[in-house]
Ligand binder design. Structure first.
Ligand SMILES: [Zn+2]
Length: 176
């Protein structure tokens, strides 16, 4: 599977929606508008700080970076996460090296580097920090109708935040 950030816009959106736990329950007929809003949000935020050093940005925000050198679980391949309470980004090195890097398309060989690729994850998580601290969660902009049994409920689609974060990274590094 090609990592979302290396897919084009439509493929990326489709893949992230499928990852969402509510994917099979979405009853909104048309998500186009909110998907566009999520995507543009990532692009817009990246345009403001493009070409800056991501490690410097993270340092300025007092975000901790923790590297997990040990965890490796092919069945649950988490590559990085951001904990807003602790203001901490965790990078899961083993998963990145064993699973993520081999799945990068050849066209993007530039990123098949154990050090360089970490910046990509730091940038993704930095966007989640911007959401948590400054701009609000993208998934909160609009709750989506989902169907559970006979009920129609409104839920946050986590995928919207992910789509925005991937757009942010793509624009930040010009991964087109
Ligand atoms: Zn994310």
């Amino acid at each position: 599977m090609v990592p979302s950030v290396f897919l084009n816009k439509q493929q990326l959106i489709d893949q992230e929606l499928k990852f969402d736990i509510y994917y099979n329950r979405i009853s909104d007929l048309n998500l186009d508008d909110i998907l566009e809003i999520a995507w543009n949000r990532g692009i817009k935020e990246a345009e403001k700080i493009k070409n800056k050093d991501i490690k410097q940005l993270i340092f300025q925000e007092n975000i901790l970076i923790e590297t997990d050198e040990k965890s490796y679980n092919p069945a649950y391949t988490i590559f990085s996460d951001y904990n807003s309470k602790e203001k901490k980004i965790t990078i899961y090195k083993k998963n990145i090296q064993n699973v993520f890097i081999p799945s990068i398309p050849d066209k993007y060989f530039f990123w098949k580097d154990n050090e360089k690729i970490v910046d990509l994850f730091l940038t993704h998580e930095y966007f989640h920090h911007l959401e948590a601290k400054y701009i609000g969660l993208t998934s909160e902009i609009k709750k989506i109708q989902i169907k559970i049994g006979p009920f129609i409920l409104k839920r946050r689609l986590r995928a919207l935040s992910e789509i925005a974060a991937h757009a942010f990274v793509k624009e930040f590094y010009d991964i087109w």
